[in-house]
Write a protein that binds this ligand. Structure first.
Ligand code: TMP
Ligand code: MG
Length: 318
C-alpha cells in the first residue's frame, strides 16, 4: 500500500499494524520459554502462522541427530554421540578409544570455533572423520554387538522426544534425520527408544559389513558436519516422501546443519531452530544471525514440540 511509503505516516501506521497484529494473531506457545532467543520475532511468528494455515500436509521436518535430537549433557556429564557410543570394549580396544579421544580433542574445538569459516573447517572435518572411520574399520567391529553397545551406553534423546516423534508419525509428517554420525548406531538408538516410526528417513554414514558381519568399510560418500549441502542435493532431493511439502522445520546444533534443506525444491517457508549447547557466549551472535530461533542450553524438545503442535493443530480441529 502506497500510504506506507510516506515517511511521516510510516512509523505510526507500522505501530498500529503491529498492535493490531498482536491482538488478532494468537500467541504461539513455546516462544515465551526463557531459553528462546530470536533475531526477528515477528518474522518467526509470520512463518509459523503461514505454516499453520497450510497444515501438516505441507510440512516436512529435517533434523540433525547428535546433540540435536540427542542431549548434549545430562547431570553434568556429556551424552555420547553415535561415534562415541562405539566406545565400548565389546567393539573397540582401549588403544582405539585413546586415539579417538585424542582426535576429538583436536578436531571438536575446530568444528565449533566461531572465528573460522565453514570453508576453513572443511578439510579438518574430512581429516577427522576419515581418521576415525579408518580406526573403526581396523577394529573389525561386529554388527551383532551394536545393539548391546547402545543399550550399555548413556545415549539419551532430548526431553520430550517421544511427543516429537509420535506427533510427526500421527500427523504423517515425514522426518528426515540427516546425520554425520553413524547411521547403524543412530537407528539402534531410536529403535531402542521405540520411536523408529515409518515416517522416519535417515541419511547418514552407514557401515558396510562382510558376510560374517564384520565392519569392512563405510558406504557411499562421507558425511561430515560441513558437507551436508552435498548430501541434501544428492540424497534428500530424491526422496519421494518429501516431495510436495514446501514448508520445512529444520533443527540443528551446528551452523553446518543449516544447509540440510538445500535439496528442498519449491520451498515456501523454512523455519530454522538451532540448539546452542556449548561455548554459548562465544557463539551466541553467530547463532542468532543464522537460525530463526536459538535455544540456549535447553536439553528439551519443548519448543519444537509447541511449534509442531501449533502448526499441525488445524487437522485436529477438523
Ligand atoms: P551429527 O551430524 O548427527 O550432529 O553428527 C556429527 C557429530 O559427531 C559432530 O558434532 C561431531 C561428532 N563426532 C564425535 O563425537 N566423534 C567423532 O569421532 C566424530 C568423527 C564426530
Ligand atoms: Mg549435531
Amino acid at each position: 500500500m502506497q500510504i506506507y511509503h510516506v515517511p511521516w505516516i510510516y512509523t505510526p501506521v507500522r505501530t498500529v499494524l503491529a498492535i493490531w497484529h498482536q491482538l488478532t494473531k494468537p500467541e504461539i506457545p513455546g516462544l515465551t520459554k526463557c531459553s528462546v532467543v530470536m533475531r526477528e520475532r515477528s518474522r518467526v511468528e509470520e512463518t509459523i502462522h503461514a505454516m499453520q494455515r497450510e497444515g501438516a500436509g505441507s510440512l516436512q521436518v529435517i533434523s540433525d541427530f547428535d546433540m540435536t535430537l540427542t542431549r548434549f549433557a545430562h547431570n553434568g556429564k556429556r551424552v555420547p554421540t553415535t561415534h562415541n557410543i562405539l566406545d565400548n570394549r565389546l567393539l573397540i580396544s582401549e588403544e582405539c578409544t585413546k586415539k579417538m579421544r585424542e582426535l576429538l580433542n583436536t578436531y571438536y574445538p575446530i568444528e565449533i570455533d566461531p572465528r573460522r569459516t565453514a570453508e576453513e573447517k572443511l578439510p579438518h572435518m574430512v581429516e577427522w572423520w576419515t581418521k576415525v572411520h579408518k580406526l573403526l574399520i581396523q577394529q573389525r567391529i561386529r554388527k551383532d554387538m551394536l545393539a548391546r553397545a547402545v543399550k550399555e551406553s548413556s545415549a539419551m534423546l532430548r526431553g520430550g522426544y517421544k511427543v516429537f516423534f509420535d506427533r510427526l508419525a500421527e500427523q504423517q509428517v515425514p522426518l528426515l534425520i540427516f546425520s554425520a554420525g553413524v547411521g547403524d548406531v543412530l537407528e539402534e538408538v531410536i529403535r531402542q527408544n521405540l520411536v523408529f516410526h515409518p515416517n522416519v528417513h535417515i541419511i547418514s554414514n552407514y557401515m558396510d559389513f562382510d558376510q560374517t558381519g564384520v565392519l569392512t568399510a563405510f558406504k557411499g560418500q562421507l558425511i561430515h558436519t560441513y558437507n551436508k549441502r552435498e548430501g541434501a542435493l544428492s540424497h534428500a532431493a530424491g526422496l519421494t516422501e518429501l516431495q510436495g511439502r514446501p514448508n520445512v522445520l529444520l533443527l540443528g546444533d551446528s551452523l553446518g546443519d543449516l544447509t540440510m534443506a538445500d535439496g528442498v525444491s519449491g520451498h515456501k517457508n523454512i523455519l530454522t531452530i538451532g540448539f546452542l549447547n556449548d561455548q554459548v557466549e562465544e557463539r551466541k551472535d553467530s547463532y542468532i544471525n543464522s537460525f530463526d530461533i536459538v535455544l540456549v542450553t535447553d536439553e528439551t524438545m519443548d519448543v519444537p514440540n509447541a511449534i509442531l503442535r501449533y502448526i499441525t493443530s488445524s487437522r485436529d480441529n477438523k
